[in-house]
Design a protein around this ligand. Structure first.
Ligand code: ADA
Length: 549
């Protein structure tokens, strides 16, 4: 019910390689620039800025017709952001894949200036770290919007539920804010025609008062969300003139022995890893690209997406909710060892990202697991403490989903010291690509001996194929090599009783930083089953034949 202005468009833009502009008045003394950058977009997707890593400044204006309370929301700024409104620092945020916002009380009618400093530099304490195997685009990579708010409004909604047969009890925690005078409001929650109301008293704002209300509704005849029938329900909260809606799906997730259970029955996952990447937009993902990706993924017979290696655009999760696609979401701890975790504030940054990911995406039924890290040094004792902290925090925030991480199995004799901490383990393995010496059945046997009763999926396996490279010998980097490699692996995993599924590395080719180019032809990670423009490689068609419809 709120009037919303999207600030998509061409913002003024200038890079600041010497980092001269730390002071707030920087924009005023800034060299005049005619340069514009599209929002949303990653600047490294522009040929002139393809390698640029460092600070840059954006500027735009927006207009209010009347004096209003407003909330300014950034769905993602990669990676370190400081926002200035009319010359004053308004809000800062670290982390390139979760949203942040600021509420402004009684903003005057007329034009307002918005300046954003963005830094995508990676260093010893950044997430992701330097050396990560994807191009960490800088910029305002998701939408920015201004919402007009009444004095009393819903700031956040947290829904949780218990299922008993086809009966659901939904508990809602409604966080309210008051920007005005003393007020009394009815707060109503409606789900599937069942309604409950409470009346709250709110004192005058000084300057902003937060209040939380707990409501509960119970109703029967619940249809569970499943991959075949992804039934969604809308929860609506009204508080005076403010109406806030979100969708949920009812389903249960658990593990039993080496099985992963959805609604009490074992599931087999057949999935892909997907980076948010495209040559034209970088991390920014127009809706049409998301639907196109999902279409290709589903047509090949896949039912799962591992959002490697960071929280995805909420709209993509909406689509997965509607299509019955399973999603594993992750935070960008990519190949961190104990020493890196010990550097301040690496763990705190990850805990914050985790909290933001879980609280922003907790209503999406498609998200079935939170992944706390990828290929971190879990063979070292030193990883237990940070892993435990991350797992505990995830469970505190959300006990309705499974917790996992991806373990790096590429080393002979590898052991994992943290596997008992999670619900199931993801195994990343590149036998026959980076390393020789093991067949997939031998690899699975080895894994089974080590992980025993822990449910497992093969979360990464793959081979690079330069698009169009076709040879009779099917040597490495050719499409036939990749096709045979993936077919062999997928058939082995599908026959195995031990693994509960797999996610192929990877859906599409992705851009990598220039310094990786000597072992990543075309400056791309070429392990996609479609190329960076989504043109299928041979492996795509073969897997489509192998997987059931
Ligand atoms: C790792 C990593 C991926 C990618 C992959 C590869 O397992 O998790 O991000 O780098 O290897 O292509 O080698």
């Amino acid at each position: 019910s709120r009037r919303r202005q999207y600030l998509d468009g061409r913002w003024q833009f200038v890079t600041d390689p010497e980092d001269e502009g730390r002071e707030e008045e920087y924009w005023e003394s800034f060299p005049a620039t005619d340069e514009r950058m599209t929002v949303p977009c990653g600047w490294n997707a522009r040929p002139d800025y393809v390698d640029y890593e460092g600070p840059a400044w954006y500027r735009t204006t927006f207009e209010l017709l009347k004096r209003r309370n407003v909330r300014l929301t950034f769905l993602a700024v990669a990676h370190d952001a400081s926002v200035y409104l009319d010359g004053e620092h308004l809000v800062g945020h670290y982390g390139g894949h979760t949203q942040f916002e600021a509420v402004c009380q009684g903003l005057a009618a007329g034009e307002h200036e918005l300046v954003v400093r963005v830094d995508n530099e990676r260093d010893e304490i950044s997430l992701p770290r330097p050396g990560a195997d994807w191009l960490s685009y800088g910029g305002i990579t998701r939408e920015v919007f201004v919402e007009e708010l009444p004095d009393v409004f819903v700031d956040d909604l947290n829904l949780s539920y218990k299922l008993d047969g086809d009966c659901a009890t939904v508990d809602a925690e409604v966080a309210l804010r008051n920007l005005g005078d003393d007020a009394e409001r009815e707060v109503t929650l409606t789900i599937d025609g069942t309604e409950t109301t409470d009346v709250v008293e709110l004192v005058a704002s000084e300057p902003i008062v937060d209040r939380s209300v707990a409501l509960s509704v119970e109703f029967g005849g619940v249809e569970q969300w499943s991959r075949e029938e992804p039934r969604l329900y809308t929860a609506t909260v009204t508080v005076g003139d403010d109406e806030y809606r979100d969708r949920i799906g009812f389903r249960t997730l658990s593990v039993d022995g080496t099985d992963i259970l959805l609604n009490g029955s074992p599931v087999e996952l057949a999935g892909v890893n997907r980076h948010e990447d495209h040559p034209e937009w970088g991390h920014a993902q127009p809706l049409r690209l998301m639907t196109h990706d999902l279409d290709l993924i589903q047509r090949a017979g896949f039912d799962t997406v591992r959002a490697s290696h960071y929280p995805n655009h909420p709209r993509f999760l909406d689509l997965c909710d509607e299509e019955g696609i399973f999603v594993i979401e992750e935070i960008p701890y990519w190949q961190f060892d104990a020493e890196r975790f010990a550097r301040d504030p690496v763990l705190d940054r990850g805990l914050d990202m985790l909290e933001e990911m879980v609280t922003e995406h907790r209503h999406h039924p498609s998200v079935f697991a939170w992944s706390i890290h990828n290929e971190c040094a879990t063979q070292e004792e030193g990883l237990r403490e940070p892993t435990e902290r991350l797992v505990d925090r995830t469970r505190e925030l959300d006990d309705s989903r499974l917790v996992t991480y991806a373990s790096n199995r590429d080393f002979e004799g590898y052991t994992d010291e943290c596997v008992d901490l999670v619900d199931f383990i993801g195994i990343n393995a590149y036998w026959d690509w980076y390393f020789d010496g093991k067949t997939w059945p031998e690899f699975l046997e080895d894994v089974r001996n080590q992980y025993g009763e822990t449910p497992a999926i093969v979360s990464e396996f793959g081979a690079g194929a330069v698009p169009g490279e076709r040879t009779v010998e099917a040597q490495k980097w050719s499409e036939p090599f990749q096709r045979e490699y993936l077919q062999n692996a997928v058939e082995t995993f599908r026959e195995s009783e031990f693994v509960s599924g797999f996610t192929v590395w990877q859906y599409c080719d992705i851009r990598v930083p220039r310094r990786k180019a000597m072992h990543r032809p075309r400056t791309q990670n070429n392990k996609g089953i479609v190329d960076e423009y989504r043109r299928p490689k041979e492996a795509y068609w073969t897997l489509r034949d192998v997987l059931p419809e």
